[in-house]
Each structure stands twice: as C-alpha cells, then as structure tokens.
Design a protein around this ligand. Structure first.
Ligand SMILES: [Fe+2]
Length: 165
C-alpha cells in the first residue's frame, strides 16, 4: 500500500476519530433510559456532525493522488483503537454521566488532532485541508464544550450520598 506523509496520516487519524465518534454517540445514547432526554438530541446532532466530518475527510482524502485507499485503511485502524478504548472505559458502566465523561476525553482528543492537522498544513499549504480543518475545528471545539456541559448537567442531577453500584 502507498506510504503516507505525516499530513496524510494525520488526516487518516481525524477521519478514524470521526468514525469512532458516531459509535460513541450511539453507545452513550443507549445509556439513557429516557429517549426524550434533552441530551439525547445533543447526541443526535453530534453524531450527524461526526458523519459530516467523516464525509468531508473522505472527500479530501480522495484529492490525494493514489493515497485514498491507504488513508482509509489507516483511518479504520484509528477507529478500531478508539472504539477499543471506549469499550474498556465504559465496560460495566450504566450511567449516562460516565458516557459524557468519556465523550469529554474523546472530543478533547479530536480538537487536539485537528489543531495538529492545521499546524502541519500551515507548511503544506493545501487549500482543501485548510478549509476542512477550519470547519472541523469549530465543530469539534463545540462538541468538546457540549460534552463538558452535559457532564456538569448530569452531575447536578446525581445524589452525592448515593452508594455507587
Ligand atoms: Fe467530535
């Protein structure tokens, strides 16, 4: 398979993280007993935007000459690793708060990776990557803030004296 440059392999990573994000949104949604909870809507939007991130990354990957297959293969590896991390972290957890604590870490990770893509692309000067990263950074920063806000909201609904099961 074609070798990837640093920039191409970072694009593969953000693509893989966007794929994993959609599974994370589904997993956390399943922790809610009540489908009408306001945070279920937040998760739905986050999922749609992760899907859109995946689409846009895949489109940009297609602009790299003969590299698309290798970028997609690397992205799938990143996705598998991220989903493994989630499964480990959330194993045996049933509380939506734990789900949003995981999302706080995952979204922070996405923000960090997009900043790296942006910085690498400053030298590479690829206009498509600039447009993609500018769009994605804003979305991922909002996701991170939403995960934080949701964690705090859910923590406010917890009884601190309750025995942890
Ligand atoms: Fe995200």
């Amino acid at each position: 398979m074609a070798e990837l440059t640093k920039l191409e392999s970072k694009i593969a990573e953000v693509l893989g993280l966007a794929m994993a994000s959609q599974e994370a949104a589904d997993t956390v949604r399943d922790l809610f007993d009540d489908d009408g909870h306001e945070l279920v809507d937040v998760l739905k939007t986050m999922r749609q935007e992760a899907r859109e991130t995946q689409k846009r990354c895949t489109a940009v990957a297609g602009t790299f000459d003969r590299k698309k297959t290798a970028i997609l293969a690397a992205a799938k590896e990143t996705k598998a690793e991220a989903v493994d991390m989630m499964d480990t972290y959330l194993e045996g957890e049933e509380d939506p708060l734990d789900g949003f604590e995981f999302l706080t870490m995952a979204e922070a990770g996405e923000v960090g990776h997009w900043l790296v893509v942006s910085k690498l692309n400053q030298k590479a000067g690829n206009a498509e990557v600039t447009a993609l990263a500018d769009w994605a950074l804003e979305v991922q920063q909002r996701h991170f803030q939403q995960a934080l806000d949701a964690s705090v909201l859910l923590a406010g609904e917890e009884d601190p004296e309750e025995i942890e099961d």
